[in-house]
Design a protein around this ligand. Structure first.
Ligand code: SF4
Ligand code: ZN
Length: 322
């Protein structure tokens, strides 16, 4: 039996690549909790008394997020929101019932809603509408699904008086997104990703990612150690072609293999590098314009928000942007 490198008492069951340590379950979970706490404190993500709304997808990341948040914050101030996408062949009721039981055990209130109920068109509705209009798929289901879910989380955060919206994005997600924005030269989005960036509208609730310094393999392992039931069915719209994100994931995993800790170091460096620019941008007091259709905030210089634009495109009022 190999002893845990940290407590030197219990049996080591996980090898942490980026530290080179072999840890027992307790020390491993404690290390994740400490890394989350470090991010939460450093970037003032959650203040005492904050109401935190958590987007619960039913996957390993949202499970680990709920669990750690309930350990570091008052669980009566945490609300889980599960959003049914409305996709045939992707039955979510079993997963959502399971997540509801987990929330109950953690003493967290949990709400179930759907894209159709809140915004009028499920993901399937959106795909059918565009097939009817164009005879082919021009806009991916994931584009609509992601925008709709983000919109609903923000609406619910306002409705329930939440101070923050927390999502389960992990370190791998965050590093990929940083690099994608660098490759696209999208400075605005790059700065928005930084945990200190302000929201630019009273209608937007600040989004936080407490797991952003925790590797994906670590959330998977943490969930596995708790006997978390992973959802077996896969969304039929999942993208099979190699997207930029999927390619980046491969490259970054390879770099991690050769030089463990690469992604964690990248995150620390880029956070530090961007901080002065984020502070300057925060001082600019930019206020986003409101969508002329729905009244939600939209990007500078735009009349419609992304959501209304997507709906307009498939029901025939505007053309698809190149
Ligand atoms: Fe939504 Fe795409 Fe995920 Fe399916 S794969 S649930 S469409 S984001
Ligand atoms: Zn709108």
């Amino acid at each position: 039996m190999t002893k845990c490198d940290r407590c030197k008492v219990r049996e080591a069951i996980v090898f942490q690549h980026h530290t080179g340590l072999r840890l027992c379950k307790e020390c491993f979970m404690d290390d994740l909790r400490q890394r989350v706490l470090q991010q939460v404190r450093k970037y003032r993500m959650i203040l005492p008394g904050d109401r935190v709304l958590v987007g619960v997808s039913g996957g390993k990341d949202s499970y680990v997020l709920l669990k750690i948040l309930s350990e570091i914050h008052d669980s009566s101030k945490i609300i889980g929101v599960m959003i049914e996408e409305g996709i045939r062949g992707y039955n979510r009721s079993e997963v959502f019932n399971y997540m509801k039981r987990i929330c109950n055990a953690l003493n967290i209130d949990c709400i179930l809603t759907s894209i159709k109920e809140e915004l009028g068109y499920s993901v399937d509705d959106f795909m059918e509408l565009q097939l009817k209009k164009f005879g082919r798929i021009e806009i991916s289901a994931c584009t609509y699904c992601g925008i709709a879910r983000r919109r609903i989380l923000n609406i619910y955060a306002r409705r329930y008086g939440a101070d923050k919206v927390a999502t389960g994005h992990n370190l791998d997600d965050e590093v990929q997104t940083y690099i994608i924005n660098i490759l696209r030269g999208d400075i605005m989005r790059l700065l928005q990703l930084h945990p200190l960036s302000n929201v630019h509208s009273k209608l937007l609730v600040k989004r936080i990612k407490p797991l952003r310094a925790v590797y994906e393999y670590e959330t998977a392992f943490a969930a596995y150690l708790d006997n978390f039931r992973f959802q077996e069915s896969e969304c039929p719209y999942i993208v099979q072609r190699p997207t930029l994100r999927a390619r980046l994931r491969e490259v970054l995993n390879e770099l991690e293999r050769v030089k463990p800790g690469t992604q964690l170091r990248f995150l620390q460096e880029i956070d530090m590098l961007l901080e002065p620019f984020v502070e300057t941008q925060n001082r600019n007091n930019l206020t986003l314009p409101l969508c002329t259709r729905c009244g939600e905030p939209t990007a500078p210089g735009r009349k419609l928000c992304k959501f209304c634009e997507l709906i307009d495109t498939v029901i025939g009022m505007t053309n698809i942007e190149a």
